[in-house]
Write a protein that binds this ligand. Structure first.
Ligand code: PLP
Length: 502
């Protein structure tokens, strides 16, 4: 194995029992080998086939990897040691809010009283669960300044689609046919995708030189065919949209509604509420602000809270509290229907309620304050090597630019990000927002200490020195991680189907 002394002096390569490449389970497969199987049914093996009608039996043999439990555990343990995770180190991925997830939330989700319950169990047997969900709904409504909420959407983008369907239901109930949604050019990619999926057309509003939505263009774009506007505040450049109340007034006067992409709620939680800014719909990424784990595309949770006028259309059934203090499920006839097979990703919801309860309103306010303080500390600390794209106070994330570094030494934002991997830090978000040249977006979150922030700043400075003295080494970075520089376009274009290995 080639080892490379990282500039930071950190131990770099992980010896994987002499293996450079971990074999796949199919490559490890030996016919007849299997992991321990626990028989719980008590039925003799032959009778299982008798119980299932032929119609439902697959006549062909399904090829699966045959490995022992020992090899299986070793395989996944080795793989887990090759990962970078939020439990391992700082993960300043802008827009993603990769904050540390406290372990007490895991303890709550591990309670058998919660995770041993089938979602189809009747309300009479699941009073505790329904109370939990009802309480969470109340808390989210209070935090966002809205009138009602649904907990069903499985992630942020699912929340966006739900919100757009609610906006559509509202306009249709009023007999209005509106076809367009306005979105600033700094928006997260899921916003225009959700708009299209929701059956609307996107009208893009440019940002001005201060990184804020151009409110003159926005107002000029309003009309009787505009169903609403999707904004996030702070926006995806990490900047606060100062004219939000003025914008809300103009949108409402033209008959449109305002959607708040609450993925950035970490910046304002406990300090300010989207409802007070004039928004009608907000989705929250519980897997960001409320410290439940992110996992490759899920499971997350993207509850949607709405203003009074949209409550009748919320997905159902929703948890309700009866006059006698008991809990139940209720649906409204005007509801847009279900957006999830069950009640949402329930254990993620339980984690979020635990987090909110333990913090209380003062604790949540401190979350936002420290997140904003940390981002601004980093912005100022790094100004000499990576200047901010917009020279002003930011919110919970700072958008820096490697444009000068590129012009001087030919080192791009991507090279800086890869160089940071060699330093033991996860990369910041690169090339987002799209409107900033060589963007590097750092979101330290409130969970990182001053010492860790300083360590990151020193690491960025070392990378900047290498850009000047040895730019080629950064073009080749990372050289110390289990996987070195990959051809990112090829990975997406030339898919390696698992079936090939069978
Ligand atoms: C601003 C913003 N909006 C929406 C989303 C989509 O959330 P999800 O990934 O949970 O679908 C994200 C995710 O990173 C985001 O940062």
């Amino acid at each position: 194995m080639t080892t490379y002394a990282a500039p930071g002096g950190r131990a770099a390569s992980i010896p994987l029992l002499g293996r450079e490449v971990e074999p796949t389970l199919f490559e490890m497969s030996v016919p007849g080998r299997r992991a321990f199987q626990l028989r719980t049914t008590g039925l003799p093996e032959t009778s299982i086939a008798d119980l299932i009608p032929d119609l439902h039996l697959n006549p062909s043999v399904v090829e699966i990897a045959e490995v022992s439990e020992r090899d299986l555990v070793a395989h996944f343990t080795r793989l887990s040691h090759r990962q970078f995770s939020v439990d391992l180190g700082m993960y300043p991925l802008g827009s993603c809010t990769m904050k540390y997830n406290p372990k007490f939330c895991d303890a709550v989700a591990a309670m058998t009283g919660l995770n041993g319950v089938h979602p189809a169990a009747p309300a009479s047997l699941t009073q505790g669960w329904i109370e939990l969900l009802w309480t969470l709904e109340q808390r989210l409504v209070a935090i966002t300044g809205m009138a009602g909420a649904t907990l069903q959407p499985a992630a942020g983008a699912a929340g966006e689609l739900t919100g757009l369907l609610l906006i559509r239901a509202y306009h249709e109930a009023r007999g209005e046919k509106r076809t367009r949604i306005l979105i600033p050019d700094s928006a997260h990619g899921t916003n225009p995708a959700s708009v299209t999926l929701g059956g609307y057309e996107v009208t893009t509003i440019p940002s001005n030189e201060r990184g804020l939505v151009d409110s003159d263009v926005l107002k000029a774009s309003l009309g009787p065919d505009v169903a609403g506007i999707m904004l996030t505040n702070p926006n995806t450049a990490g900047l606060f949209e100062e004219e939000i109340q003025d914008i809300a007034k103009a949108v409402h006067e033209s008959g449109g509604l305002l959607y708040y992409d609450g993925a950035n709620l970490n910046a304002i939680v406990g300090v300010m509420r989207p409802g007070d800014m004039g928004f009608d719909v907000v989705h929250m990424n519980l897997h960001k602000t409320f410290a439940t784990p992110h996992g490759g595309g899920g499971p997350g949770a993207g509850p949607v809270a709405v203003s009074e006028r949209l409550v009748p259309y919320l997905p159902g059934p929703r948890p309700v509290k009866n006059d006698d203090g008991s809990f139940d499920w209720a649906s409204q006839t005007t509801s847009i229907g279900r957006v999830h097979g069950w009640n949402g990703n329930a254990l993620v919801l339980a984690r979020a309620l635990a987090y909110i309860t333990v913090h209380g309103s003062d604790g949540l306010r401190r979350v936002a304050q420290h997140a904003v303080l940390n981002a601004n500390w980093l912005r100022v600390r790094l100004a000499a090597v990576l200047p901010a794209a917009y020279d002003r106070v930011c919110m919970h994330e700072c958008t820096l630019s490697a444009a000068t570094m590129k012009a001087k030494y030919g080192v791009r934002g991507l090279d800086v990000a890869k160089g940071l991997l060699e330093e033991g830090f996860h990369s910041p978000t690169v090339y987002f927002p799209l409107i900033v040249e060589e963007a590097l977006m750092f979101e330290p979150t409130e969970t990182e200490s001053l010492q860790t922030l300083e360590a990151l700043a020193l690491a960025v400075e070392r990378v900047a020195k290498r850009a000047e003295s040895d730019p080629e080494s950064l073009h080749a970075a990372p050289r110390t991680t289990p996987v070195s520089r990959v051809d990112e376009a090829r990975a997406a274009r030339t898919l390696k189907a698992t079936a090939d290995a069978v």
